[in-house]
Every structure is written in C-alpha cells, then in structure tokens.
Design a binder for this molecule. Structure first.
Ligand SMILES: Cc1ncc(COP(=O)(O)O)c(C=O)c1O
Length: 500
C-alpha cells in the first residue's frame, strides 16, 4: 500500500518534471544549435533581481536559526531541470556553477527520478546502514558496478565516506598508518606507542606531517584544514599542525608564449618540495604524504603541467611519501576525462585518489599497501551511503550512453574559445582564460569588479562562481552542451559591456 502510494506520487512528479514548456530565450546566438538535453528548459527566465522578495523573507526567517551570510537565494528544486536552477521567486537561471560543482547530470534527471520509482530500491533509500559493520547484500556488487568501474589506474580498492573533507581526513589517516607500519616493519606497536597515544603524545601520536601547496583547498576539518591555504576565512582561530607548505606553480598565460618561464617556475616549486621534505625530516616531522589537486579549484583555478605532476609523484616515491591526488572537485568528467589526473598520461598516477561532489558519495581509492591493517582504524558510523551508489550507477550509465565526456570536451572547447575571444575584446577587464574540458576560469581586474560581474550575470539569468582572489570559475554539469555555451557567452558579453 505504502509502496504504491510512493510510486504514484513519483510517477506524477516525473510527468510534471518531464514537461517541456519554456519559451525561447532572446539571448540565444544565431550560431547556437537547439537545446538537445531532453529534459532541459530552453533558456533563462527572470522575474526579479536575485535574491527576490521571497528569498529575502526566507533568509530572514533562517537567519533566526542559523548564520545565513553565505546564502545566495532559496531554490525551488522541484521546478529545476537540466541545466536550469529555479528559485523561490520563479527566476529560472542557467546554472554554470551547479551547487559548487556537484551536480553531475543536471537537475531532476529522468533516469535518477526513475530509480526512485523502483520498489526494489526503496529499502536502500529508507534504511541508511552503518556500512562498516552491517552492509547490505548487494553492496559489493554495487561498488563494483559503480566506483570500481571507474577506478583510477592501478587501484582496485575503494573506501566510501560522506563528504570531501571526510574523505581527505581519512585518506590522511591511512597515509599515517601506512607510514608508521612501514617504519615498524614486522614488529607491532610498542607498549610505549600504546600508552602514549591515549594522552596525545609521541611516539604513539607521532610527529608526522603532510606536505601541501600554497593556494590548496582540501576541506575544513582539522587535518584537512592544515593542508588548506586558499582563504583566511577558512583558517582563522583554528589550531593547526606545523606541516610543510610548498609553492604551487604560478603559470603565465598564454601558455605557448611562456613555456620557458613556466617550466622554470615548475622546476623551482619541485626543488622547494624536495627541500621541505628534507627539512621536515631533520625537524623530526617526516612527511608521510603529499596531497595535491590536479587543478587547484577554490584557490583560483591554478593549473600545472602533466610533467610537473609526474615529477612530483616521483619525488614522493623517492622520499618514501605517499602521493594523494585530491579529485574532489576535478573528478567526475568535467575536465573531459573521468579523472583530471588521466590527462597526465601516467599508468601509476597516485597512491590515493579522493573524490566526492559529482560522484555523489565521498571516498577514496587507494593502493593495496594503504589498506589499514585493522578494523576501526578507518571507520565512522555511516562510511558513505549505499543509496548514493545506486544513483552513481545510473549517472555512469547516462554518461556512457550519452557520451557525455565527449560532449564535455566539445563544450569545453567552445567555452574556452569564447573566453579567449572575450578576453581579447575586454583586455583591461579580463585575463588568464584557462581550462580543461568545461572546468574553466578567467581572471577579472580586481575582486570588487569580479563580485559585481557575478551579481549582474545572475540577474541576467546565469549562475557563476568565484574562486581565488579575482577569478570566475565555470563548473557546469556534464549535460551542458555547446548550445548552452553560446547562450552563456551572449549573456556574459552583455554584462561585460557595462564594465568596459
Ligand atoms: C579539492 C577539494 N577538496 C576537498 C573539498 C572539501 O569537500 P567538502 O566541502 O565536501 O567537505 C573540496 C570542496 O570544495 C574541494 O574542492
């Protein structure tokens, strides 16, 4: 009875959400092909400035309960569809930021809604298990079908977690455990290890470190925060570890014009990495692991060459440090490959690769050696959520069926070419257009102008994100087609003319 009721409601919801009734958008360039995303709207539609009156009232209401300083506006997720996010004031916006890069195939994708109508899936949605102790029967199969089917080269083990920070935090623990076990060899922990760890002292709580990079963002939990260096607001007033921080290359654009300078810059950073590893060992705080994003996202979309990463991975191996690639933001197809590190062309890219966001569940892949040796060392109550694996299986089906990685490569090319054109058109305003796939960014002359552009673009029906000091980042879903790129570029151009 309950099952059929839920089924009926979902069927109605599906019908409503599959409706394609939006009028055409006046900003569409003549060159743009028609929208091909079957469940998409065909353009933005704005009724108020954003946040509109209903959003403002709700922000006030929520403000009595929580800090609402970061709330942009309130959303109507029922009406949102495909590449379009609808707000509570009825504004429909092309979403080129997708919930901080975490919506893989658009809003209310029919394939995902359909999963909810399958009675066989209901118990997975209703009963969230303590996965580490009581996993469901289909859990190994679902992991194989979803996460293992896209495992990075050389990795056949995966640990699911909740969010990105939780994934990195546990990946760091795995690196520390691995490092100490390596040091101890065959002998287990000493009596001193065991007694000292309970009072936060060495040798049980060893003075090991993780090397990270300037501008990095790996999350906001205590361990992750010690490796995050993107913004003061994340760090202020929170105690941290004395861990080494190496410079991340600051590349000059266009890359073809500055290849010599950029190679020198990368060599300088790598040299500094080795120096820091040696220094920290001498300080009695050996580096157990190196963590890096393939493209620094929150810190300003900073890129480095494949050669830089491959050489860094070699340095890690040479000094006995684990190499952790944080693909929380870059993973899931937005660079045109499933993992950004695939662009390096290495068949041994890392010891650990963490993920979250577009993968819908958090977690990390790891080499066999980084498997914790005992239960409960890497553990929490939920250890992920099997319902997210169901969704992920379907997301992967859609990506494969619709060749979405090829689409991303195509749209990414149109996007970066459009950004190059705009930066040529507005030289005092825009610079350093860069990107891989649709994972693109451009710099604005200063942060105040960047922030104004973001607001004005949103009022014209496009949601973008900021990153670093003065960059705009583009993080559309994988169903963002060339048509949407042209739609966006036209609107963006309209806004930019006001800032000339
Ligand atoms: C590269 C990277 N690592 C880690 C995180 C933290 O993820 P979460 O916000 O889910 O904790 C983020 C979040 O933006 C990220 O971009």
């Amino acid at each position: 009875m309950a099952t059929s009721l839920i089924g009926r409601q979902l069927a109605l919801h599906l019908q409503k959400n599959l409706w394609l009734g939006a009028p055409g958008c006046r900003y569409v360039s003549k060159a743009a092909a028609k929208a091909e995303v079957e469940f998409d709207y065909d353009g933005p539609s704005m009724k108020t400035t954003v946040p509109g009156p209903r959003s403002q009232a709700l922000t006030k209401q929520l403000g009595d309960i929580q800090n609402v300083g970061a709330v942009n506006f309130f959303c109507n997720y029922e009406e949102s569809r495909g590449n379009y996010l609808v707000d509570v004031d009825g504004n429909r916006m092309l979403d080129v930021y997708t919930q901080i890069s975490s919506i893989p195939i658009g809003y209310n994708h029919p394939a995902l809604l359909k999963l909810m109508t399958n009675p066989n899936n209901l118990s997975t949605f209703v009963n969230r298990p303590a996965l580490g102790i009581l996993p469901p029967e289909n859990f190994p199969d679902k992991l194989t079908e979803s996460l293992l089917s896209i495992a990075p080269s050389g990795m056949s083990r995966v640990q699911t977690m909740a969010c990105g920070s939780c994934s990195n935090e546990n990946a760091y623990k795995a690196m520390f455990i691995w490092y100490r076990n390596k040091e101890r060899g065959q002998s287990g922990p000493s009596a001193e290890d065991i007694s000292s760890c309970m009072v936060n002292q060495g040798p049980g709580c060893p003075d090991l470190s993780i090397l990270s990079f300037t501008g990095a963002f790996h999350g906001r939990t205590l361990g992750c925060l010690a490796t995050t260096h993107s913004k003061v607001i994340h760090k202020l007033d929170v105690p941290s570890f004395d861990w080494p921080i190496a410079p991340f290359p600051r590349l000059q654009y266009p890359l073809e014009e500055f290849s010599r300078e950029n190679a020198q810059e990368e060599a300088r950073c790598l040299e500094e990495v080795e120096d820091l590893i040696v220094k920290w060992r001498q300080k009695g705080k050996p580096v157990a692991g190196i963590v890096i994003e393939p493209i620094q996202a929150e810190g300003g979309d900073n890129h480095a060459s494949a050669d830089f990463f491959i050489r860094l991975r070699r340095i890690a191996a040479k000094h006995g440090c684990a190499f952790h690639v944080d693909e929380v933001q870059t993973g899931g197809g937005c660079t045109g490959k499933f993992w950004a590190h695939e662009h390096w062309g290495s068949d041994d890219p890392a010891d650990i690769v963490s993920f979250s966001k577009k993968l819908l569940t958090g977690g990390y892949y790891h080499k066999e050696a980084l498997q914790a040796d005992k239960p409960y060392r890497i553990f929490n109550t939920w250890m992920g959520d099997p319902s997210k694996n169901l969704f992920l299986c379907e997301v992967l089906n859609v990506i494969r069926r619709e060749n979405l990685l090829e689409e991303v490569a195509r749209s990414g090319k149109a996007l970066i070419n459009g950004l190059y054109e705009l930066q040529a058109q507005y030289p005092g305003l825009l610079s350093r257009a860069r990107g891989q796939g649709t994972f693109c960014a451009i710099d604005v002359r200063d942060d105040a102008t960047r922030d104004k552009i973001l607001v004005k673009t949103r009022d014209k029906g496009v949601i973008l994100g900021g990153c670093g000091d003065r960059s705009i980042r583009f993080r559309p879903a994988l169903v963002f087609k060339e048509y949407h790129v042209h739609l966006f570029l036209n609107i963006f151009n309209d806004v930019l003319t006001q800032f000339k």
